[in-house]
Design a protein around this ligand. Structure first.
Ligand code: GCU
Length: 682
């Protein structure tokens, strides 16, 4: 039971097509692993599992290459078996080559280091799961991003902040779980898409988790780190900025205090004695009531650098989050704009951060909405390492009860041109370090997994985790190709499954956007848990997340001319585009401008008519998702078919709640009727 749901995209389903199976078998009867390490061992284990499951044969393990077979090797062990130009390979890169000469017929997977071999192994298995031809492989792959990370928002009591797939696989009742097999399977899943770092506890570090850096718990952290290490994944911890007070017997956490500095240096040394390759600290400071350097009149560079100095001797790094804003705002005050906050705090500090600090910046200036502008901080700090943070867990995008495939959204963000160094300065080039030659850089995200048998609550939400990893490896992959790969591995190579599921996934973000908050204005959700419609849920609250709808119009004026001046934080090309009503793109109109309901969009319809239209369409399309899925009955195993069907039906129902609440709200505010006279409740 749960076999397929649990295996996610590592199904390794038996290959029924005998011709293909026979072809694959010529390379899969024996396996030679040249080199010896935990990571090589993982690669070998995975191949044996994949091959035996897909082909029903157990490859012989050989100590040297046979006439035909599979060979895994690293730079130091390949000798002159084949020619690989290692100058083209990064540390995590690999080459896969099919070599045929006379009787010889071998596939080589060669990495510069063992991690490359593991990634190459997963690549080969991906090809086999998608039934690709292996006859003439000549592949060279390097990851575009250096750090490819996940953040677990797991608490030690077993809960997960913004988790929608059960409880933590790491912790339960304030202890570590003993679910090492499950953690290993998670490591396999994420390593298979190239993830190489993980922070294993929530950025909100409460009492219990503050103790993760004390000796009793470090032993346990080291065990988990050992599991991840075998899959090339480095372990990080989120730390409490005020640890010196909480667990250090000091009365201050002032970053310029020498006792504080000393305490962290000793702490770092202690941590590294347990975990020699520990990654470093993830820090949420002076953000949403978390402690930070502001208490002592110091800035974020002071705080981050103090930790960076402690980690420096061990090559550790500090991932310092930029999610800093006033969360006790007064809704009456229209001059304070939460969107401005990160830039206002951090931009003036450019050049002051140590080289082993990375600023971790959310994709947008607000908070992972279905649509918002791209954070203007990207590219704005030439002398500072920057890392992009996405949210795979669907906090504001349907909480894994609604289908919302986020790869198309992430692609748009990565491809957004910041103009930091003129045209062609896309976000992806800022965060891969190529634009400003940064020492550290990359992409991270809040994970969407829990201990549900299918990992992600909604089985189709597995695609978000998969797609995130693939994009961190290579942001230039198209959404379509990532989607195809995922479906092939998850559901097999049935053409109609591929076509229909791909259509569903690729449309789902747009569908979700249609029936929820319109034109980039965001929120309109129930406070605290953030599920379901509540147009004024946050309107008179302290969080700085307002839409300002009145009887005449709606939207946040963030222009320089009449609003909060936020548009000026972008480089000129974008600042001009957003500042002007004429050039501001429709989908972000209400993020940047306050307009009358009768304002005409570029699409030709008025704002109010757009709201009505999209909300009716969104529900129709959510219903179509159910219809489409029903066509796949008998093409997908019963459990996953039923699970997904239930979720899609729930979504279709709940989308009506959204539609009716939003339409009625705006009809009541504006008094303007739907031109098409559809049902709006009074
Ligand atoms: C959001 C989310 C919080 C989280 C915060 C963060 O506001 O609702 O639960 O702690 O982001 O990213 O730190």
């Amino acid at each position: 039971k749960h076999k397929e749901s649990y295996a996610a995209w590592l199904q390794y389903t038996k290959i029924d097509d005998q011709a293909i199976a026979d072809k694959y078998a010529q390379w899969c009867r024996n396996l030679t692993v040249l080199g010896d390490s935990a990571v090589m061992e993982s690669a070998k284990k995975e191949l044996i599992q994949g091959i035996s499951s897909m082909l029903g044969i157990l490859p012989d393990s050989c100590s040297e290459p046979q006439q035909s077979g599979l060979v895994l090797a690293v730079k130091d062990s390949i000798g002159d078996l084949i020619d690989v130009d290692f100058n083209y390979l990064h540390d995590d890169g690999y080459s896969i080559k099919t070599v045929t000469s006379g009787q010889n017929n071998t596939i080589f997977i060669v990495g510069k280091k063992d991690k490359g071999v593991l990634y190459g192994t997963f690549h080969l298995l991906r090809l086999m799961q998608n039934r690709k031809n292996l006859k003439q492989l000549d592949i060279i792959e390097n990851p575009k991003n250096q750090l490819r990370m996940l953040n677990q928002w797991d608490n030690m009591d077993g809960s997960i902040e913004r988790g929608y797939a059960g409880n933590s696989i790491f912790y339960k009742d304030n202890q570590f779980t003993q679910e090492h097999n499950r953690i290993e399977d998670y490591a396999r899943l994420i390593a298979s898409v190239g993830i190489n770092g993980i922070a294993i506890n929530n950025v909100n570090v409460h009492q219990e988790e503050t103790n993760l850096i004390t000796s009793t718990l470090l032993l346990k952290v080291a065990e988990v780190a050992g599991i991840f290490r075998a899959y090339g994944i480095t372990t990080f911890l989120s730390v409490n900025y005020a640890s010196t007070i909480q667990i250090g017997n000091l009365t201050t956490a002032d970053p310029l205090n020498s006792e504080v500095q000393e305490w962290w240096k000793e702490k770092a040394e202690e941590i590294y004695s347990y975990i020699p390759d520990f990654g470093g600290f993830l820090v949420k400071a002076d953000s949403e009531h978390r402690p930070g350097p502001f208490t002592y009149g110091r800035n974020h560079a002071d705080g981050a650098n103090m930790l960076a100095e402690a980690l420096q001797p061990f090559n550790g790094i500090v991932l310092w989050r930029c999610f800093v804003y006033n969360c006790l705002q007064d809704w009456r005050d229209r001059s304070t704009d939460r969107a401005r906050a990160a830039y206002d705090h951090f931009k003036p500090l450019d050049g002051q951060f140590h080289s082993n600090v990375i600023l971790q910046i959310k994709n947008g200036p607000m908070d992972f909405q279905v649509r918002e502008g791209v954070s203007p901080l990207f590219g704005a700090m030439e002398k500072t390492n920057q890392m992009l943070e996405f949210q795979v867990t669907q906090e504001y995008t349907g909480q894994q009860r609604h289908l919302c495939y986020l790869v198309p959204q992430w692609k748009e963000i990565l491809d957004f041109d910041t103009y930091a160094k003129g045209k062609g300065s896309e976000v992806k080039k800022v965060v891969d370090g190529s634009l400003f030659q940064n020492r550290y850089c990359g992409i991270t995200a809040v994970s969407n997994i829990g201990n549900d048998y299918n990992w992600t609550g909604h089985t189709l939400a597995q695609a978000n985790l998969y797609g995130f990893g693939r994009l961190t490896w290579n942001p230039d992959l198209s959404a379509e190709s990532i989607t195809d790969e995922w479906i092939g591995q998850t559901f097999g190579d049935d053409q109609s499954v591929k076509e229909l599921v791909s259509k569903m996934l690729l449309k789902s973000w747009s569908i979700y956007e249609k029936y929820t908050s319109p034109l980039g204005v965001g929120w309109m959700v129930n406070p605290h848990h953030h599920y379901g419609p509540n147009v004024d849920g946050y309107e008179y609250d302290v969080w700085g997340t307002y839409h300002f709808a009145d009887w005449e119009g709606i939207g946040v004026d963030r222009t320089v001319k009449t609003g909060t001046g936020y548009t000026s934080q972008y480089f000129k090309e974008n600042a001009d585009m957003y500042e002007s009503l004429e050039t501001c793109p429709d989908e972000l109109l209400l993020f940047f401008h306050h307009v009358p309901y009768t304002h005409k969009l570029k699409s030709g319809v008025t704002v109010i008519q757009h709201i009505y239209n999209t909300h009716f369409e969104g529900v129709d399309e959510a219903e179509d998702l159910v219809e489409t899925w029903l066509q796949l009955k008998d093409r997908i195993d019963q459990e996953r078919f039923d699970d997904i069907l239930n979720k899609l039906q729930e979504q279709a129902n709940h989308s009506k709640e959204w539609r009716d609440i939003i339409n009625t709200y705006f009809y009541r505010k504006s008094g303007i009727k739907d031109e098409l006279n559809r049902k709006i409740y009074l």
